[in-house]
Design a protein around this ligand. Structure first.
Ligand code: NIG
Ligand code: FE
Length: 411
């Protein structure tokens, strides 16, 4: 751990490579998604939490003598990874259910029998706000050790006013970007989805809109339908929240259409998306967030990533970290899955979990690139080539991270 006094500078020097998505705009689509700038034998100079300069060692200005130095020999730097879809605020675990699934039970069967999401709801309600904050903090450390320097996290394991709002506060207190997912499942106290949504909109939304950046809804058989999502998200938008949807995870239920109609930031999952969905998403401004660790964990089909990118859709990658469908906090593993299962190049995977993920969170001018003016967030890879990010399957590829110009950890 290295602490820096405010105003001090950090020079990360002698890096084998710095790799960053090219260009300045967001989200990146089509060919632009795979354009990465690589600087060999490089440095990154950080000052007051921002990137001041990036370049080749031979061009390093000798006048940076006041900077603290971090030895980058044998390392590559990429932008601090951005996880734009997690459910990191939960208590308990689902290891029993995991074992049942391994023996043949399906995720949908467990959910329908009152397990699944609702079993985590019971544990999360019982935990209390202080324990939830501790849990988010622990999960944040796991994510940081895997190279994630910016994370979004959703509520959605409270489904009552008190626990939903406590979850949003816990996420914010631990440095996450909170998304309100009150509409994750129908709370056990309600037997009608519309009556539950009425409760959420009347009793929870006014305070949730102050605490969260976005609202999210799970559009699926057994959760909420497209008409319910439209009504719910429309009211959330009017309250000032950005919009996200869980859509096409198991079946196509019209989530993409609702996302486009309401100008949502993203529609996430897409494992069941067919050719029409690919076409309409590609013609829209909605980002398709793909979660291959979740598809892997549930042994489900992978989303049509190649078709989406080739059709011109804006895509992002995220972990979906949660106790039931993706107990995985590793974006490097997600990049490996992108390269091996989704037929994306390492460069496309990098852009999808940096600049495009930042775009989903409304932070594309702040994080997601190694360029002057951006927050000085770097993920340091123990590798001679930055593509080890995707290449080293489940390896110890992350050697450290710089967060806002401070060395947050190093191996
Ligand atoms: O994104 N699909 C809905 N929600 C989560 C899973 C939550 C859980 O199983 O606890 C997801 O996969
Ligand atoms: Fe999710």
């Amino acid at each position: 751990m290295t602490g820096l006094a405010p105003g001090r500078a950090l020079l990360v020097r002698d890096l084998a490579q710095v790799a960053t998505p090219a260009g300045t705009g967001s989200p990146l689509r089509g060919r632009d998604l795979g354009a990465v700038e690589v600087i060999e034998d490089a440095y990154v100079l950080c000052r007051q939490g921002r990137i001041e300069a990036v370049g080749r060692m031979r061009d390093l200005d000798a006048g940076v003598g006041d900077a603290e130095e971090l030895d980058g020999r044998g390392l590559c730097a990429v932008p601090g990874l951005v996880d734009c879809h997690t459910h990191a605020c939960f208590a308990g675990d689902r290891v029993e259910e995991f074992a049942l699934r391994a023996a043949g039970a399906t995720y949908e069967e467990l959910h329908a029998a009152g397990g699944g999401i609702l079993s985590t709801v019971r544990a999360t309600r019982a935990a209390g706000e202080a324990a939830l904050r501790t849990a988010v903090g622990r999960h944040r450390q796991w994510m940081l050790a895997a190279g994630t320097t910016t994370f979004e996290a959703k509520s959605g394991y409270g489904l009552d006013r008190e626990t939903e709002l406590a979850s949003l506060r816990a996420i914010r207190a631990e440095g996450g970007i909170p998304t309100w997912l009150g509409a994750h499942a129908v709370a056990p106290e309600f037997d009608d989805a519309d009556v539950y949504l009425d409760f959420l909109l009347a009793e929870v939304l006014p305070e949730a809109a102050r605490l969260a950046e976005a609202a999210d809804v799970f559009v699926e058989d057994g959760a909420f339908d497209a008409a319910q999502a439209r009504r719910y998200l429309g009211t959330c938008r009017d309250a000032g929240l950005a919009l996200r949807l869980h859509g096409d995870q198991f079946t196509e239920q019209g989530a993409i259409e609702v996302a486009i109609e309401l100008g949502a930031r993203s529609v996430d999952h897409l494992e069941a998306t067919g050719p029409d969905g690919v076409r309409s998403l590609a013609a829209s401004d909605v980002v398709g967030v793909m979660l291959p660790a979740s598809a892997l964990f549930l042994a489900r089909p992978m989303p049509p990533a190649r078709a989406l990118v080739d059709a011109g859709a804006a895509v992002a990658l995220a972990t979906d970290f949660n106790p039931g469908s993706a107990f995985c906090e590793s974006l490097p593993l997600v990049c490996s899955l992108a390269a091996t299962q989704l037929h994306l190049s390492p460069a496309e995977a990098l852009a999808a979990c940096t600049v495009n993920a930042a775009h989903v969170l409304g932070l594309a001018n702040e994080v997601g690139r190694v360029a002057p003016g951006f927050r000085a967030d770097l993920t340091l890879l123990a590798a001679p080539d930055w593509r080890y990010l995707a290449y080293h399957l489940a390896g110890r590829v992350v050697a450290g991270a710089v967060v806002a110009g401070e060395c947050a950890w190093s191996a």
